[in-house]
Write a protein that binds this ligand. Sequence first.
Ligand SMILES: Cc1cc2nc3c(=O)[nH]c(=O)nc-3n(C[C@H](O)[C@H](O)[C@H](O)COP(=O)(O)O)c2cc1C
Length: 174
Amino acid sequence: MSDFLEVVRTRRSVRTYTDQPLDSEQVIALLKPVLVAPTSKGKDSVEFIVVDNKEILERLSVVKPRFGTLIAGAALAVVVCGRMDVSDVWIEDAAIAASTLLLSSENLNLGACWVQIRERNQADGTPAALAVKEMFNLETYQEPLCVVAIGHKGQHPAPHDMDNVKWERVRIVE
Ligand SMILES: Cc1cc2nc3c(=O)[nH]c(=O)nc-3n(C[C@H](O)[C@H](O)[C@H](O)COP(=O)(O)O)c2cc1C
């Protein structure tokens, strides 16, 4: 349990990465926890596109102006897609998977950042999701929620202060 708390405490959004690539064992270790994350009715409505090709990472980084450019510097990007044909709550399923991937990254001492795609636009005002779907030849029912950029940490944001969490966000009903 203390390991879990340490991962939660130290996980921060890391937006710069070193040039060191990830090896295949690291990629497998990253994804295993994600593939057992909960999905509604156990329908496994989430699919993942894993990219380490620098040219594709560059192209992916311009899909989301400004807040997506960090993808270009990552060693790996995982496009988290929901299957709309499989589940009516694919967004929730995909968000849990992406969140698990962030924690899995920190567990391996890798830096990661969620880049939102759903409901975000490209520079020309067209949906970022459309560009991602075209880039990877996705089916109409495969919907990208976000890209999780991952790499060896190039910055070390301060861990969360667990003694000063915002308890005012919690209402206890007796
Ligand atoms: C739904 C969601 C969308 C996000 N989108 C982006 C994004 O597009 N680009 C980015 O740099 N960070 C993005 N983030 C990261 C948040 O900015 C970050 O989690 C938040 O500021 C808290 O900081 P921390 O992750 O270091 O605790 C996103 C996070 C979530 C949960």
